[in-house]
Design a protein around this ligand. Structure first.
Ligand SMILES: Nc1ncnc2c1ncn2[C@@H]1O[C@H](COP(=O)(O)OP(=O)(O)OP(=O)(O)O)[C@@H](O)[C@H]1O
Ligand SMILES: [Mg+2]
Length: 320
């Protein structure tokens, strides 16, 4: 296995616990980087593996106009050949155009913030067509490892691959977990949050045993936190149970986070995190910092001193 590999599935079969919001903002923040926080910019691929296509919409992507999606990558039948991943990706320039256009439509009279751009983020989009994949894949050979095969060539190309999964433990999520070496679990700080956790942990164990022994828990992120007895009780329960695996950052419930997809721009670049009122953006940057630190430590522990893929990409680009 490639030791540089950093494929993180953002998973929880519970609906609406901020999987997409977390995947989108972490991917964007890691790609952009922030020197003062010690986050080096990285080459990031975000995969939308949910037929709802919410991760794609978060960047204002028009899902009805996509040429190729993750569905085509999963369903392709090239025989012995593996698909060329670049053919399926939306490049940073196109993501930037799409964010800027969507933002202008929602804010016709305002001056556009300079921050609305991405340089190092690629997107493998999805749309409703993917909803057929679970059934169509059921009879195909290698149905659980189709995504893993499709991504084989991308592992070498990106510093991070982050996968947003649907709210189920069906074949799509299994494909995500089979292709990943890490799983990040967003947990909404509300009463039923822990109910599905044992089922999720069991599924992860099953996948480890049967399909992917390299899969490990990367961390648990507490989301939509509201200061209240309930919020505090749930978060301390989760911390008691999962200890150090829970990130220190708690993502607060903020209207700006909920509104960001409407403007087609992830909150981490829509709202200036240095402004006190933008606590949502601040919190996701702080979570991204924890993620990048964990990754740095892991790579250090395994003696990996490779040049970041972003730097390699830039050098190659300059030479061409
Ligand atoms: N911290 C937050 N504060 C306010 N609203 C939030 C926050 N995080 C997410 N939301 C909103 O809550 C809803 C659910 O979030 P999101 O789509 O990220 O969850 P999900 O787990 O991906 O959902 P699904 O299971 O349907 O895929 C969205 O409308 C999102 O904008
Ligand atoms: Mg989602």
């Amino acid at each position: 296995m490639d030791p540089y590999k950093m494929v993180i599935s953002c998973t929880n079969q519970k609906g609406g616990c901020a999987k997409t919001t977390t995947a989108v903002n972490i991917a964007t923040a890691l790609a952009e980087g922030k020197k003062e926080m010690g986050i080096e910019p990285a080459k990031v691929l975000l995969i939308d593996l949910d037929p709802q296509g919410n991760a794609s919409t978060s960047f204002g992507i028009d899902k009805s106009k996509l040429d190729r999606t993750v569905y085509d990558l999963l369903m392709n039948d090239l025989g012995e050949e593996l698909p060329i991943i670049e053919d399926y990706l939306i490049a940073p320039e196109i993501i930037t155009d799409s964010m800027q256009q969507t933002w202008r439509q929602s804010n016709p009279d305002k001056k556009m913030p300079k921050s609305i751009k991405v340089e190092n983020l690629w997107l493998l989009p999805s749309n409703i067509q993917l909803s057929g994949a679970e059934i169509e894949l059921a009879t195909r050979i290698g149905r659980e490892t189709r995504l893993k095969e499709g991504l084989a060539s991308a592992i070498q190309e990106f510093d991070y691959i982050i996968i947003d999964t649907p709210p189920s433990l069906g074949l799509l999520t299994i494909n995500a977990l089979a292709a990943s070496n890490w799983v990040l679990i967003p947990v909404q700080t509300e009463w039923y949050a822990l109910e599905g956790m044992s089922q999720l942990m069991n599924s992860i164990k099953l996948i480890q045993r049967r399909i992917n022994p390299h899969l490990k828990l990367f961390g648990i992120a507490l989301t939509m936190y509201q200061r209240s007895n309930l919020g505090n009780t749930v978060s301390s329960e989760v911390r008691k149970h999962f200890e150090k695996q829970v990130f220190s950052t708690m993502i607060p419930r903020r209207i700006q986070i909920a509104d960001a997809p409407m403007e087609g721009v992830p909150v981490v670049i829509l709202n200036n995190p240095n402004t006190r009122k933008h606590k949502g953006s601040q919190a996701y940057w702080s979570l991204a910092k924890e993620v990048s630190r964990r990754v740095k430590k892991l790579r250090h522990k395994h003696g990996i001193k490779e040049t970041s893929r972003l730097k390699m990409h830039k050098i190659k680009h300059d030479l061409d």
